[in-house]
Design a protein around this ligand. Sequence first.
Ligand SMILES: Cc1cc2nc3c(=O)[nH]c(=O)nc-3n(C[C@H](O)[C@H](O)[C@H](O)COP(=O)(O)O)c2cc1C
Length: 359
Amino acid sequence: MPDPYLIAGPVLRSLPPETAHRLGIHALRLGLAPSEKEAPDPILACEHWGLKFANPIGLSAGFDKDAEVMDAALRIGFGFAEAGTVTPLPQPGNPKPRLFRLPADRAMINRLGFNNGGLARFSERFARRDRGSSKGPAGANIGRNHCTGEKHAISDFEIGIEVLAGLADYLVINISSPNTPGLRDLQQRELLEELIGRCLKARARGMRRDAPPPPVLVKIAPDLDESEIRDIAELALETDIAGLIVCNTTVDRPSSLQSNFRNEAGGLSGAPLFDRARDFVAKMHRMTEGQIPIVGCGGVASGDDAYVMIRAGASLIQLYTALVFEGPGLVSRIKKRLAVRLRQDGFSAVGEAVGADFR
Ligand SMILES: Cc1cc2nc3c(=O)[nH]c(=O)nc-3n(C[C@H](O)[C@H](O)[C@H](O)COP(=O)(O)O)c2cc1C
């Protein structure tokens, strides 16, 4: 059967990006996107932090900001889904227009600024989930409100972590979005050390006594310099940080960009980010000596991209922008191709290929 997105895609892309996005969320909520029918391929199964993943391809943060479609994303074939970024209080985000498609570059630029409905509604949706019957892990990506002064920035993360510790399968400290002033400063060593310490204490406060603590990951920006990357790698090894998401959008603008909106302010995602994200994953994998699972994110748009990212050191993959251009059928195509590449190279499980380029 031809992919229905061949028709729906051009219609959606003729609408303003935020309208199209809202329609996409409604379609998923109403179950209009076709669920995946095929049985999971066992070569793609993996386990990290005690969580089981039917496949390593996840939906990255920003698509489902208000935790409305986590399970719908799992039903279309993602192995895991990350909701958020959520901030303690609801906030409208930056003035529109603030989201731009760059079709010739298979990219997007956004300066949404963490528009979201706030922690109360977000956590209610997590609480209502039936985790037992879910098809995979759902993570919560946590940020800080625009109006919170930088002096109190860490408190917002503590609030989010404490509320969600007993509800989400994993937690993400997001200090890498370019659209909240001062946020990325938390990637500096002293501040990050304090942030991690306080977040882990908040997690302990939020835990149900009988449940294992959810892993806490940190999501980092591709625009860090060498010494900042080294600091984060060292901290990841020294603290109880379970994993790193590498990476968020970039403020850089490669000279190859062709689309009209290329000079809009904000974070660039999609194909032009891929090489940089892959190199960053490889660097982090080496610096953390393969001991910290890395979620590779940035420009993945095919099974070949996912395979390259995994060989560079990613244990799991996330994507968002390619979904806008290719539609939900992409997830199944990525998995099929990834499985072919793994078998061609003699691997019997996806985990065996992680970091294979450096062994
Ligand atoms: C419209 C849009 C909104 C995003 N919002 C968030 C967000 O709220 N939190 C976050 O951690 N990342 C956010 N991201 C970044 C993505 O999760 C991802 O890290 C980045 O886009 C690179 O992956 P991609 O090239 O596959 O899109 C957003 C990306 C896009 C395109």
